[in-house]
Design a protein around this ligand. Structure first.
Ligand code: SAH
Length: 254
C-alpha cells in the first residue's frame, strides 16, 4: 500500500508550540481528518481536502482515515496536544487491530505534540519535577470504580497527579469526588493548579490550596494538577502568582 497516515499532535493551540516535524506532516498531507476545531486550526489550502467531524466518533473517524490512506492518500489525522495522550492515536491503532487486515501494511506514523499537562506545568514553574502520573477523569470509556481506585493509589503513593477531562456538562460530579478523595489523602495546603486553555488567548491559571478548591472552578478546557506532599510554592508577594515546583531530591542526603 502506498498511502500514508500520520497522526499529528497540534500542541495546545499556539502555532509556536507546534513542532517543525508536525508542520511538515501537515504540509505534505493530501487530506486532513479530525474533530472540527482541530482541523480549523490548520490554515486552509486549495490542494488539501478537509474532513471535519464530531468529537464523539473517534473510531469511525479513525476507520475513515485508514480507508483514505489505503486508497493512496497522504492523510494527516489532527489531534490537540499530543495525539497519544487520551486522543486519536490509540483510536487509530484500535481500528487497525480490529479492522481490515490490509491496514496493517499501511505506513502509520505518530507526530508528537506538547500535551496540556506539560504546557500547564511550564506556565507555573516545575510541578512535575518529581514523580507524577496522568489520568483522564472521564468515566465515558472506563468505569468510575477504576478511575477512583487509580486516583486513590496515585495519591497514596504520593505522585503529583495531572487530571485530564476533569469535568463536563455530562460528567458534573466526578471532579468534586476526586477532590474529596484528595482531601482524604493529602493535607489542606496541598497546591492545586487549575490551568485553563493553556496557550490560548483565554488562558486562565489559578493556584490554590486543596481546602479552597471547588469543582466549579474548572471546565472541560482545564487541566488540573494535584501537588504531592513535596510540592512547594515560592511566594512572590501579594499581586503576583507564586512559582510552584516539586523538588527532585526526596529522602536522600544532599
Ligand atoms: N491530547 C490532548 C488531551 C485530550 S483530552 C493533549 O495531549 O493535551 C482533553 C483534555 O485535555 C481537556 O479536558 C483538558 O483537561 C486537557 N486540555 C487540552 N488542551 C488543553 C489546554 N490548552 N489547556 C488546558 N487543558 C487542556
Amino acid at each position: 500500500m502506498t498511502g500514508l497516515l500520520t497522526i499529528v499532535g497540534l500542541g495546545p493551540s499556539d502555532p509556536r508550540w507546534l513542532t517543525p516535524a508536525a508542520s511538515e506532516a501537515l504540509a505534505c498531507a493530501t487530506d486532513l481528518v479530525g474533530y472540527g476545531p482541530y482541523v480549523d486550526r490548520v490554515p486552509e489550502r486549495a490542494d488539501q481536502r478537509r474532513h471535519s467531524s464530531d468529537n464523539r466518533v473517534e473510531l469511525d473517524r479513525a476507520r475513515f482515515a485508514l480507508d483514505l490512506a489505503a486508497k493512496g492518500a497522504r492523510v494527516a489525522v489532527v489531534s490537540g496536544g499530543d495525539p497519544g495522550v487520551f486522543a486519536m492515536a490509540a483510536a487509530v491503532f484500535e481500528a487497525v487491530e480490529s479492522g481490515d487486515p490490509e491496514w496493517r501494511s499501511l505506513d502509520i506514523r505518530v507526530e508528537p505534540g506538547i500535551t496540556a499537562m506539560l504546557g500547564a506545568a511550564a506556565r507555573v514553574g516545575a510541578p512535575l519535577g518529581g514523580d507524577f502520573c496522568a489520568m483522564s477523569l472521564s468515566d465515558n470509556l472506563k468505569p468510575w470504580e477504576i478511575v477512583e481506585a487509580r486516583l486513590r493509589a496515585a495519591l497514596t503513593a504520593d505522585f503529583v497527579v495531572a487530571l485530564y477531562n476533569p469535568i463536563s456538562s455530562a460528567r458534573p460530579w466526578q471532579l468534586g469526588a476526586a477532590f474529596k478523595i484528595a482531601t482524604e489523602t493529602r493535607g489542606p495546603d496541598t497546591p492545586i493548579i487549575l490551568a485553563r486553555a493553556v496557550m490560548r488567548p483565554d488562558e486562565r491559571i489559578a493556584i490554590m490550596p486543596l481546602s479552597k478548591v471547588e469543582a466549579s472552578m474548572a471546565d472541560m478546557s482545564t487541566l488540573v494538577i494535584i501537588g504531592a506532599t513535596t510540592t512547594r510554592l515560592i511566594d512572590r508577594g501579594e499581586d503576583i502568582s507564586p512559582y510552584v515546583y516539586t523538588p527532585r531530591f526526596y529522602g536522600v542526603p544532599r
